[in-house]
Design a protein around this ligand. Structure first.
Ligand SMILES: O=P(O)(O)OC[C@H]1O[C@H](OP(=O)(O)OP(=O)(O)O)[C@H](O)[C@@H]1O
Ligand SMILES: O=c1cc[nH]c(=O)[nH]1
Ligand SMILES: [Mg+2]
Length: 208
């Protein structure tokens, strides 16, 4: 299974606060941004480094810096926006694409309404961002879009996943690694993750 649970205590603590029905919009947003930053720290741990010569106030030395690998992040609208700033704060020069999808409540299938990606998709490694991986249909469709445009190296960053969603991505896109803060128990009859955190988009933007 290409799913890794990032079980750092700080992430787990903040996730529990986020799940709480009594956590309001302001706190929800702040916590989600903090968790995103912590998750991005782990997801980027294999970024390549190169040697550079640096002169400190004391001596010259050989140090490590990022080798300049081209990276892009792609939040899936709307809820993915809630995890974007945390990553951008960690990687300030990262290019940001957007894929707009909403899940039809009857069919649970994604409906695409927007797509704007960096022009050099084929040259970049991507992190797709969406807090909720429920049926997996939205994430699978987004991976399809990125691959059709030429992306070859895609990772996914989700806050909470269902076992069903992870299975679907593994079957459809076995080359794609998924990083999550938690794998919950199941989906309910309406395709919501149980226990989950409710509707992530509504909780981030205060629309319900
Ligand atoms: O795995 P799935 O079954 O496809 O469900 C997950 C999708 O549902 C939510 O978005 P939603 O459709 O509510 O749109 P929103 O972000 O605009 O609220 C969530 O942010 C995912 O994109
Ligand atoms: O539990 C879920 C499932 C889909 N979308 C959400 O925001 N939450
Ligand atoms: Mg929603």
């Amino acid at each position: 299974m290409n799913a890794k649970v990032i079980d750092h205590p700080l992430i787990q603590h903040k996730l529990s606060l986020i799940r709480n029905i009594h956590t309001g919009t302001k706190e929800f947003r702040e916590l989600l941004e903090e968790i995103s930053m912590l998750m991005a720290f782990e997801i980027t741990r294999d970024l390549p480094l190169e040697d550079v010569e640096i002169e400190t106030p004391v001596a010259k030395c050989t140090c490590k810096m990022l080798s300049g690998k081209k990276l892009g992040i792609v939040p899936i609208l709307r809820a993915g926006l809630g995890m974007t700033n945390g990553v951008v704060r960690l990687i300030p020069a990262v290019k940001v694409g957007h894929i707009g999808l909403y899940r039809d409540p009857q069919t649970l299938m994604p409906v695409e309404y927007y797509c704007k990606l960096p022009s050099d998709v084929a040259e970049r490694d991507f992190i797709l961002i969406d807090p909720m991986l429920a049926t997996g249909n939205s994430l699978a469709a987004s991976i399809d879009i990125l691959k059709r445009k030429g992306a070859k190296n895609i990772k996914c960053m989700c806050l909470v996943a269902s076992p069903e969603g992870i299975q679907l991505i593994n079957n459809a896109h076995p080359d794609v690694d998924i990083f999550v803060a938690a794998i919950d128990e199941k989906l309910n009859d309406h395709g919501y993750i149980v226990p989950g955190l409710g509707d992530a988009g509504d909780r981030i933007f205060g629309t319900k």
